[in-house]
Every structure is written in structure tokens, then in C-alpha cells.
Design a protein around this ligand. Structure first.
Ligand code: AMP
Ligand code: ZN
Ligand code: FE
Ligand code: FE
Length: 280
């Protein structure tokens, strides 16, 4: 068990627990520092901080996860301690979310053309916040086309899937700068999912990247070791978390089962110039 989990999703994006339920769950599990990192949205954070007042031992980092693209690869960038009250930042996030709606519609149309119609209204209903491929996958589960959402990714919604559609995305360096622009700490998410990830690190570091995920969801001990060494080589802080979405799929990694040590959280708090409730 760990005390730190820096990657969690709620119903504000494609997670299944509300922000309130998520805070209650991580508090119950005795976590001390967590980051809420919804895709392209900080809509849950106000409630998160309100509910967190009930749990004095729990520190919460305001976070975000941005999707970016380079040719042939999808790269996610996490941002911690962002000033989410920034109006320009919020406008940009709204644009990202709007772009997702058109793209989701396109994928739903492609599925229909493949003989797998799902109800567009149902997809929008499942997406209480940022709409994403998992909501389409869930609509496919409800239709009985598949048993678990991940099956939709393999054949239809993954990057090379039959119903995949693209949307305008930032480059990873632009995402890094967007995050530092609102006082945040940018961290590269799930590096195993990126081809030749190490070749990207010098450029991203120059753009302002501070950390990368190492202690991540399903990574094996040897993968964690390898990414820890990579982070060290590039002077990046080794972060991580469960990337919990509460989907209920077999083997889903739960909050508190994987994450960096408490000292890492302390380092992030020190960098952000903030004080955690650590050790209180
Ligand atoms: P989107 O935000 O629409 O690009 O969808 C990305 C999200 O889909 C990720 O954050 C994951 O939650 C989920 N996802 C990506 N790949 C898979 C997969 N192979 N199986 C299940 N869920 C996935
Ligand atoms: Zn997600
Ligand atoms: Fe991600
Ligand atoms: Fe994530």
C-alpha cells in the first residue's frame, strides 16, 4: 500500500466515482496525498476541496490530464498545482472539451456505419463531464456488443481502430507550457505507452517538464525500475499513481495500491511553494 496517488479520474471526465465519492474513498483507504487529474477539466476540484475539509489527514493536489499528439503517438501530460481559476486556461479547456464532442460524434457515426449503432444521446448522458472514448465504449457494452470497455479499444476506438477519429490536440511541449503558464508542475503520464519515449525527454525538459510517471498502475517492478532510472538520467521527478477510473474491470488497479513515496509528494509541494498537511 502507498500513501500517495497522483493520478485519479472522476465523473468530471471518464471516471465512475463522483468527486465526492473519490475523496471519501481515498480518505477511507488512508491515503495522505492524492491528485485529482481529470481529462481536460478541473470542474470537480471545487467540490473535492470542500469534501476534503472533512478529512484533515488528506492533502489534495489540484491536477489535470491533457491529451497531446505527435505523429503516430498519443502522449498524456499531467499538471499539478495548476491555478485553475485562470480564465484563459479555463477557456482553453472548454475548447478542448468542445473538440471532444465533435470527435465522439464522428466515432459514433463510424460505429453505425460498421453495423454497431449506439445512441448518441446515451453517450452524452454517460459523459457527465469531459466526453471520451470510454463513454462510447460503455454505450457499446450496454448494447451488448462487448463485455468490457477495453474490448472496444482493441478493435474500434484505439488509435488504429476501425471507428477511431482524431481531434485537434496540442503537442506535448505545448501542453507542458500550458501547465507551467498557470503555475503548474508538468509530468509526463504513463511513459510505457509512448514509443521511444526517452528520445522525447530532452525536448520536453527544455519546455519545462518536471517529472514523469514511474510508479504507474499496471507497470511491473522491472518496468518501474527502468523508468525510475530513466527519470534520474533526465533529472525528472519520479511520480505516479493508479490512474483509477472505477470502471470495475477485472484487475483494475485501485487507489492506494501504487504510487510514489511520501518524499516525492513533499518534493512537489516544496516546488509548488505550498504546504501539505503531511505529518499532521
Ligand atoms: P480519450 O480521452 O477519448 O482519448 O480516451 C482516452 C481514455 O480512454 C484514457 O484516459 C483511458 O481512460 C481510456 N483508455 C485508453 N486506452 C484504453 C484501453 N486500451 N482500454 C480501456 N480504456 C482505455
Ligand atoms: Zn481516462
Ligand atoms: Fe492518460
Ligand atoms: Fe489518466
Amino acid at each position: 500500500m502507498t500513501k500517495v496517488d497522483l493520478h485519479l479520474h472522476t465523473t468530471c471526465s471518464d471516471g465512475r466515482l463522483t468527486p465526492t465519492q473519490m475523496v471519501e474513498l481515498v480518505a477511507e483507504r488512508g491515503l495522505q496525498v492524492v491528485a485529482i487529474t481529470d481529462h481536460d477539466s478541473t470542474e470537480g476540484l471545487a467540490v473535492v476541496f470542500e469534501v476534503a475539509k472533512r478529512f484533515p489527514q488528506l492533502s489534495i493536489i489540484p491536477g489535470i490530464e491533457l491529451s497531446t499528439d505527435i505523429p503516430g503517438n498519443e502522449i498524456h501530460v499531467l499538471g499539478y498545482f495548476i491555478d485553475y481559476s485562470d480564465a484563459d486556461f479555463q477557456r482553453t479547456l472548454r475548447e478542448f472539451r468542445d473538440g471532444r464532442v465533435g470527435r465522439a460524434r464522428e466515432m459514433v457515426d463510424k460505429l453505425a456505419a460498421l453495423g454497431l449503432p449506439v445512441d448518441w444521446e446515451r453517450v452524452l448522458e454517460l459523459a457527465e463531464g469531459t466526453v471520451g472514448r470510454p463513454h462510447i465504449a460503455q454505450a457499446m457494452v450496454e448494447k451488448g456488443y462487448i463485455t468490457y470497455p477495453q474490448e472496444a479499444f482493441t478493435k474500434y476506438l484505439g488509435r488504429n481502430g476501425l471507428a477511431y477519429a482524431e481531434r485537434e490536440k496540442l503537442t506535448p511541449a505545448e501542453a507542458v507550457r500550458l501547465i507551467t503558464g498557470v503555475g503548474g508542475i508538468p509530468v509526463l503520464a504513463h511513459p510505457r505507452e509512448v514509443d521511444n519515449v526517452e528520445s522525447l525527454l530532452p525536448g520536453l525538459k527544455a519546455a519545462g517538464l518536471v517529472g514523469m510517471e514511474v510508479h504507474y498502475g499496471t507497470y511491473s517492478p522491472s518496468e518501474v525500475k527502468g523508468f525510475a532510472a530513466m527519470a534520474k538520467r533526465h533529472g525528472l521527478i519520479a511520480c505516479g499513481g493508479s490512474d483509477y477510473h472505477a470502471l470495475g474491470t477485472p484487475g483494475e488497479v485501485e487507489p492506494g495500491s501504487v504510487g510514489p513515496p511520501l518524499e516525492t509528494a513533499e518534493k512537489l509541494y516544496a516546488l509548488a511553494g505550498e504546504t501539505a498537511k503531511l505529518g499532521q
